[in-house]
Design a binder for this molecule. Structure first.
Ligand code: ZN
Length: 414
């Protein structure tokens, strides 16, 4: 750290969490970008929070140069940009929407953990994570031998939201760090040789060492919505949550989907589940019925093939609206009816639209006639590739040569 730099712990972003634009000085900028393409820029002070305490870093601008990342290095702070910044006075601008969201989730986490930490719950938070969409706190339910019930969560949600309505003040205290004195456990091991230790207080409720940027009063959290829980790591419980604008954004997304489904089902959300279950049941029955019809159609198709084979050595069955499943069904019925046993006959099955092509199967009394027919197929139909012993399978790009196939087979197989 350059002597001129204000240490992390006493940054302007930590002392004035609502400051969005700020004048300071650029002390240095790396000559070349690093392997990832970033210049490292050192400012005297900053309103962009470096990642820490579970809170992701801010983004913003130094003059008109975008800042992608800012990191703490021991007591120092480094901004990462893709363009160089000149040494001298600079204006720093904060990406406020991102920061405001982080402040709501982080101060919210302090509040939620504080309520759970107190009687009658007495459950401490072991870790937390600020996610892009939603965040969670992890509770040591395995060592406490307890479960987090929906009733408990409902109760906690009401208490937290009441504290938000009460607009309880949030006060951040800062004192110079002294390496000789006892340090908060959460302080990073490399944070030595000066700096400041910050404590965030929710008045009359909680005091917590934390370097993050916090709201000034709980009313700024707007509201809390607890979501689901997840069991992890041998019985610990993660409780997922949203604070503030995220509650509105999440409600909006759900509401839009609800509106669309309401239009699709012509029914309100209270009957969504019943309606979808009904549709699933109907679909199951329709699928069963369709399969029965398809099997009947395959039987009739095999009847036609059997009839054709009484007058010639080969039969061609092409179904424009068929697919591989149907071809295999027909082939299996032929096998079950022993249509090609010891009689030196061959059958070509093909499916798919004229212009789009599709699967083709050659099956016959023995491998010789199957391979011979496969060769004719590849010769006559453009772009067909295939192979396989016993049952020859391939794929065609189109069925333009289908008429020619019949006449060629007449010459070469019959
Ligand atoms: Zn914190």
């Amino acid at each position: 750290m350059t002597a001129q730099q204000v240490p992390v712990g006493n940054l302007h972003c930590q002392n004035d969490t609502f400051c969005r634009q700020f004048m300071t000085e650029c002390i240095s900028c790396s000559e070349k970008p690093d392997k990832k393409g970033f210049y490292q820029v050192e400012l005297v002070d900053t309103i962009l929070f470096p990642e820490g305490g579970g809170q992701p870093c801010d983004t913003g601008y130094i003059d008109n140069v975008k800042v992608y990342n800012i990191q703490r290095q021991k007591l120092a702070h480094v901004h990462y940009t893709k363009e160089p910044v000149s040494v001298g006075p600079v204006s720093v601008r904060l990406d406020w929407d991102r920061r405001w969201d982080h402040m709501q989730q982080h101060s919210g986490q302090h509040l939620l953990s504080a309520v759970l930490d107190q009687a009658p719950y007495n459950i401490e938070t072991t870790s937390w994570s600020l996610g892009e969409k939603r965040s969670f706190i992890e509770l040591p339910t395995s060592t406490k031998k307890m479960t987090i019930t929906p009733e408990l969560l409902k109760e906690v949600e009401i208490i937290v939201n009441q504290l938000i309505v009460n607009n309880v003040p949030v006060i951040t205290h800062s004192e110079e760090a002294n390496d000789q004195e006892a340090r908060p456990e959460s302080l990073p091991k490399d944070y030595v040789g000066g700096g400041h230790i910050r404590t965030v207080e929710i008045q009359d409720l909680d005091r917590n060492p934390c370097c993050g940027t916090h709201v000034l009063a709980l009313g700024q959290l707007q509201c809390l919505k607890l979501l689901h829980t997840e069991n992890v790591r041998g019985g610990n419980t993660r409780v997922f949550f949203l604070f503030g604008q995220r509650v509105l954004d999440s409600f909006d997304a759900s509401f839009q989907i609800t509106r669309q489904i309401t239009n699709l089902l012509s029914n309100g959300q209270e009957s969504f589940v019943e309606n979808i279950q009904k549709l699933q049941q109907q679909n199951k029955e329709n699928m069963k019925r369709a399969k029965r019809y398809l099997e009947q159609l395959a039987q009739f198709t095999v009847n036609d093939i059997a009839k054709a084979l009484t007058t010639q050595k080969f039969a061609v069955m092409y179904k424009e609206d068929g697919d591989m499943e149907f071809l295999v069904m027909v082939a299996n019925i032929m096998r079950d009816r022993q249509l090609l046993e010891n009689n030196d006959k061959v059958v070509i099955l093909a499916a798919g639209e004229q212009k789009a092509g599709g699967p083709i199967i050659v099956t016959g009394s023995d491998n010789d006639i199957v391979q011979k027919t496969g060769k004719v197929v590849m010769k006559v139909l453009s772009g067909v590739k295939g192979g396989g012993k016993g049952r020859w399978q391939g794929k065609a790009q189109n069925w333009d040569g289908m008429d020619k196939l019949e006449s060629t087979l007449k010459d070469e197989i019959n």
